[in-house]
Write a protein of this length. Structure first.
Length: 174
């Protein structure tokens, strides 16, 4: 696969991963809101109305884990392909696409930060909650994996942008 097609493929998958993280963060904020209501009901000795919470949360964690596991092989293969490309393959005409990828990676990083913030809020609320068995350990694993993968993608995008920028001619700046 040539470098141009590789950049297009990475950019598309980066956008998909960002959209997945944004949706996961929104769902987690909704679960946090529901958990806060359940905790308030328990403190007031009111019967908990949201009986489906534990099952839905655990399914959310399983789905998120599955989604991350499906994406991991693509990113591992892509990183290996990029490492196998020679520096001479990254030509100056790819600089704009590389900058676009770098920009996408930065927005992915911000989406991952939002997911981490939603996770932290949920975990603070969850601490000490024993009324239902929740797979928070699985959510923790997903959050760590998403943050690690996002960091690798961001590093990869920066390296590609640096390699293509070095190949641009002096006529571009003048």
């Amino acid at each position: 696969m040539n470098c141009e097609k590789l950049l297009e493929q990475i950019s598309a998958r980066c956008d998909k991963f960002r959209a997945d993280l944004v949706a996961a963060a929104q769902n987690l904020r909704d679960f946090n809101r529901r958990l806060e209501q359940i905790i308030q009901q328990l403190h007031k000795d009111i019967a908990v109305r949201d009986e489906a919470f534990a099952g839905q949360f655990n399914q959310y964690c399983l789905d998120l884990r599955s989604q991350l596991d499906q994406d991991e092989p693509f990113w591992s293969q892509t990183r290996a392909q990029i490492r196998s490309c020679k520096d001479s393959d990254w030509t100056g005409d790819l600089a704009l696409a590389a900058k676009g990828l770098n920009s996408r990676a930065k927005t992915l990083s911000r989406a991952c930060d939002e997911f981490t913030t939603a996770y932290d809020a949920f975990y603070r609320c969850y601490t000490g909650f024993t009324a239902a068995k929740l797979n928070v350990w699985l959510l923790t694993s997903c959050q760590n994996d998403a943050a690690n993968l996002t960091g690798k993608i961001l590093f990869l995008a920066r390296e590609i942008a640096k390699k293509t920028e070095q190949k641009r001619g002096p006529h571009v700046f003048g």
